[in-house]
Ligand binder design. Structure first.
Ligand code: SF4
Ligand code: SF4
Ligand code: SF4
Length: 314
């Protein structure tokens, strides 16, 4: 029997709306310009709207909610940062602007979406706003049969170290410098060039591994920040053991291959740092055993479904 319990979802859009209202208020009190304040209000509206649509739409149309949110947030940010603003939204740009002491634009975006945001909203950026997965998730492989061995997850840390090392080398070794973030043509080329590389690698991995989220699982350097900052996330998926019959349907549809029933078994919320708060598991659960919850706990306990070949060898 399919359970359609809107209450299981509602905490997510409410928390998102409250978080971005608070961020907008703080930026207003801090004297930020009108466009920055409107930007946060806009993101709050579309992220919570996308989640509500996801919860309310019939099963075959649910992903329209996510697409609306991703294209409205990720698509607009990409356009505003790259073509209109001509600033570098890539990780290297984040390092360059920090070296230059520029705290608006990219640094402000990273601070809200990837450093402070995940403490409240978990990796909601990855589930509802990222311009990289916005494109990669158009492919038909929303589910995968499992993850590659854990050692492949280290590629992202190597990628992060290389991005940081490159920024350090150029800034301190070759006198690369930025005096202003506005109309930073070099920054625009960094941003566009970097995204072309990300999309190329991401699409190759999608096709090779038949997994839309392969780039997120193994390569994305930004996930290094997100995994750390979501360790104490208030927002997480929670299971009710009395309703869970262990059917494992949620694990099979989780795009990040998280073994959700195992967390329920151990009496924990889903504290995996890989959860992107996509809400797919809630939609899948036939007994209504899963819900979004607010609480305090420490994350980083990882229980993932591995690819079948690895399970045989384990
Ligand atoms: S892991 Fe990286 S590519 Fe994937 S959704 Fe998050 S930020 Fe985007
Ligand atoms: S645990 Fe649920 S919300 Fe988290 S990534 Fe998996 S399906 Fe999405
Ligand atoms: S889909 Fe629901 S009932 Fe089945 S294992 Fe997951 S939480 Fe339990």
């Amino acid at each position: 029997m399919k359970v359609d319990n809107f209450r299981n979802y509602i905490i997510a859009p409410l928390t998102v709306a409250m978080f971005f209202s608070l961020v907008s208020l703080i930026t207003w009190l801090a004297g930020e310009n009108f466009i920055t304040i409107m930007n946060y209000i806009y993101i709050g509206i579309f992220a919570s709207l996308g989640m509500v649509l996801y919860a309310k739409l019939p099963k075959s149309k649910k992903n329209r909610g996510r697409k609306i949110s991703m294209f409205a947030i990720g698509g607009l940010l990409f356009l505003v940062m790259s073509v209109l603003g001509r600033i570098d939204g890539q990780l290297e740009g984040f390092f360059f602007y920090i070296f230059a002491g520029i705290t608006t634009g990219t640094v402000s975006h990273y601070f809200v979406a990837k450093i402070i945001g995940p403490i409240f909203l978990n990796r909601g950026w990855c589930g509802w706003g990222c311009w990289t997965i916005m494109i990669l998730d158009l492919f038909p492989y929303k589910r995968s049969d499992g993850r590659l061995p854990e050692k492949f997850g280290w590629v992202r840390y190597l990628h992060f170290a290389m991005s940081f090392g490159l920024a350090l080398l150029l800034w301190f070794g070759f006198d690369y410098s930025i005096s202003s973030q506005k109309w930073d043509i070099a920054g625009m080329y960094w941003f566009l060039g970097g995204n072309v590389v990300y999309y190329a690698i991401g699409i190759a991995l999608v096709l090779l591994l038949k997994d839309n989220r392969a780039f997120c699982k193994y390569v994305c350097p930004v996930s290094v920040i997100l995994k750390a900052s979501s360790t104490f996330s208030l927002l997480r998926i929670k299971g009710k053991s009395e309703l869970c019959d262990g059917c494992d349907a949620c694990t099979k549809t989780c795009p990040m291959n998280i073994r959700i029933p195992d967390y329920i078994l151990f009496g924990r919320r889903v504290v995996s740092s890989e959860c992107v708060m996509c809400l797919t598991c809630i939609n899948t659960c036939p007994t209504g055993a899963l819900e979004v919850s607010l609480g305090f706990d420490v994350g980083g306990i990882e229980m993932h479904r591995q690819k079948p070949l690895q399970q045989k060898n384990a």
